[in-house]
Each structure stands twice: as C-alpha cells, then as structure tokens.
Design a protein around this ligand. Structure first.
Ligand SMILES: NC(=O)C1=CN([C@@H]2O[C@H](COP(=O)(O)OP(=O)(O)OC[C@H]3O[C@@H](n4cnc5c(N)ncnc54)[C@H](OP(=O)(O)O)[C@@H]3O)[C@@H](O)[C@H]2O)C=CC1
Ligand SMILES: Nc1nc(=O)c2c([nH]1)NC[C@@H]1CN(c3ccc(C(=O)N[C@@H](CCC(=O)O)C(=O)O)cc3)C=[N+]21
Length: 284
C-alpha cells in the first residue's frame, strides 16, 4: 500500500475560491486588494514563478502590478521603486522576487519594504511576529506547508516534526509554525551527521534543502507525513523535489508531489496574505 497523495493543486483551487469570494466582498466595499511584483533580471525560472503569481491575481480579481527591471538596475533605483509602491494606496503587498543580482543586497531591499506590505513575510518585523506568536505575515511557503499538513486531518500537536533545512524563508519559519502548533520540532541542516537518525523518528518530515534525494524510503517512519518543498531538475530536465518520491511513497502515509504540491500553495498563501493586508488597510 502506497502513501496517500496530498494534492496541492486541489487544495489551492479550494482555497483560492474562498479568497476570491472574500476579495470580491472587500472590492465591493471600496478596497480592491493589490499586489506589486518586482523582478530584477532575466532568470527564466524566476520569470515563470512571477508570471504565475501575476496570473493568479488576475484570476482572483485582485489588482496587480508587474515591474520587470533589467539585470543592471542599481540598488538605489530598486529602493526608489519600492518607496513609490510603499506610498501607493492601491498596493497592499510588495514582493521582490529572489534571488537578486549580486550587486544588490537582499537584506537592504527587504528592509525597504513597508512592514505592513510585506506579504512574503520576509522582513525582520514579520520574523519577530512569528517568533513571538503575534499576528503578522507568515512566509508563504511554510504557511502553505501547514495547510497541506492540516489537510490530512491528522493532529499536529504532540507529534514529532523534523524539518530539513534552516533558511530564513523556509526551514526556520517552518520549524516555528510547527512549534506554534505544539509539535516537538527537530531542525536538521548540512552539519547534521546522520539525517536518518532523526527522520526515522518523525511523524512529520518537511524537506527543504534544494538537493535531490535528500530523503529516501529507508529513512522514513512508516505512516509519516512527508512534505517536499524542493524544486529541482532531474537528469532528464524534469521538475523534481528533494524527496526520492518512488521509495518514500512506499513507506510514508502521506506525501506531496512535485510539481503539484507545495508550489501552488505558496502562491495561494501569497494571495491570502495580500487579501489580509488589504483587509487591515480597509479597517484603518
Ligand atoms: N515550492 C516552493 O514554493 C518553494 C521551493 N523552494 C525550494 O526549496 C528548496 C530549499 O529552498 P531554500 O530554503 O530557499 O534553500 P537554501 O539553499 O537557502 O537552504 C537550504 C538548506 O538546506 C540545508 N541543506 C542543504 N543540503 C543539505 C543536506 N544534504 N542535508 C541536510 N541539510 C541540507 C542547508 O544547510 P546549511 O544551512 O547548513 O547550509 C540550508 O539550511 C530549493 O529547492 C528551493 O528551490 C524554495 C522556496 C519556495
Ligand atoms: N520574494 C520571493 N518570494 C517567493 O515566494 C519566492 C521567491 N522570492 N523566489 C523563488 C521561490 C520559489 N517559489 C516558488 C513558487 C511557486 C512555485 C510553483 O508554482 N511550482 C509549481 C511548478 C512550476 C513550474 O512548472 O516550474 C509546482 O510545484 O507545482 C515554485 C516555487 C517562490 N519563491
């Protein structure tokens, strides 16, 4: 018996319908939620993701602005564009697509985004809100992973969750969200000598390393929930995650596919954060 598939596309479709309904109500009351997406440079993968984000806004009736800038854009010019969007009352969310060209410092750029428009949840303010358990923007990818885990109907409280990866945008906030849901959380990284020692104990494993085959079936506890954040290409150029799907699905209880798992939910949570931002704006 194989693992049950956690269908990120189906969950996205459902959640986006709900977001569209709430967005339409807010628009009718005079505030149309608006998202601005800034892309610097020509990275083809980034261009695909950014287009998906803008298209999702259009499908849900959100206002969107797509600012495509040349690779040579100076940091000062980028900061000026962000400043203009900070002041633009039709914009409730600002996303600067990562990674940025090397001559631009991502921390400076993130700090320039008004904290009340930080729908990526990347700012120090949003990170602090999450650590302290205060309301605020949750980073879209881990937020989406929580929705995927919840969709299994299995309780999270009291479970042992293992997160592989500790980036500021995925691994660390993922661990904090699971902790907030009362899981017992272990965080592994490239300095962890033996991943299997930890993952074989885990009821929930979230893998976010950017390395194919980080998790194999022999390192999974039977019945576990496995969430695959990775976006990689295999030798044939096909999209694949960080999890060896073929071996893990034979052992796990639930598993997310790549594509069709975490990716669509990341975009859905961006739309959710943009709507929440517009709702807060309207309430002020
Ligand atoms: N589907 C989606 O919506 C999204 C997908 N992604 C994808 O998720 C993956 C991770 O992204 P991101 O967090 O930004 O990546 P980073 O490169 O910033 O972080 C990777 C993390 O994994 C750890 N790591 C790397 N190799 C190993 C290993 N062999 N064993 C254990 N830990 C390891 C690193 O450890 P250390 O800290 O020690 O270096 C680091 O903490 C990528 O494939 C990315 O493309 C990212 C964002 C959204
Ligand atoms: N400021 C910023 N915010 C981000 O949220 C952000 C970012 N920068 N930089 C890059 C990562 C990556 N990321 C993805 C989003 C959607 C899919 C996605 O939709 N994936 C589809 C497949 C898409 C395809 O076909 O390539 C899927 O998994 O089914 C993937 C990856 C957001 N990121």
């Amino acid at each position: 018996m194989g693992a049950r598939l956690i269908d990120g596309l189906a969950l996205s479709r459902q959640s986006r319908q709900d977001i569209a309904t709430r967005a339409a109500a807010l628009t009718a009351s005079g505030t149309r939620p608006g998202l601005a997406v800034i892309l610097v440079g020509e990275d083809p993968a980034s261009a695909v993701y950014v287009r998906n984000k803008v298209r999702a806004c259009e499908e849900l009736g959100l206002h969107s602005v797509f600012d495509k800038c040349p690779e040579t854009l100076s940091q000062a010019d980028l900061l000026a564009r962000i400043d203009a969007l900070n002041r633009d009352p039709s914009i409730h969310g600002i996303l600067v697509q990562m990674p940025l060209p090397r001559h631009i410092d991502p921390h400076t750029v993130i700090a320039a985004i008004s904290p009340d428009k930080d729908v990526d949840g990347y700012s120090v303010q949003s990170a602090g809100d999450l650590v302290c358990g205060l309301p605020g923007f949750r980073p879209c990818t881990p937020y989406g992973c929580m929705k995927l885990i919840e969709s299994t109907g299995q309780p999270i409280a009291g479970k042992h969750a293992v997160v592989i990866g500790r980036s500021n945008t995925v691994g660390k906030p993922m661990a904090l969200l699971l902790l907030q849901a009362n899981a017992t959380v272990t965080v592994c990284h490239s300095g962890t000598p033996d991943l299997g020692v930890h993952t074989r104990q885990a009821d929930i494993v979230v893998v976010a390393t950017g390395r194919r085959n980080t998790l194999t079936g022999d390192r999974v506890r039977p019945g576990a929930i496995v969430i695959d954040v990775g976006i990689n290409r295999d030798d044939d150029g096909k999209l694949c995650g960080d999890v060896d799907f073929a071996s893990v699905q034979q052992v796990a209880g639930w598993i997310t596919p790549v594509p069709g798992g975490v990716g669509p939910m990341t975009i859905t949570m961006l739309l959710e954060n943009t709507l929440q931002s517009a709702q807060r704006h309207a309430a002020r």
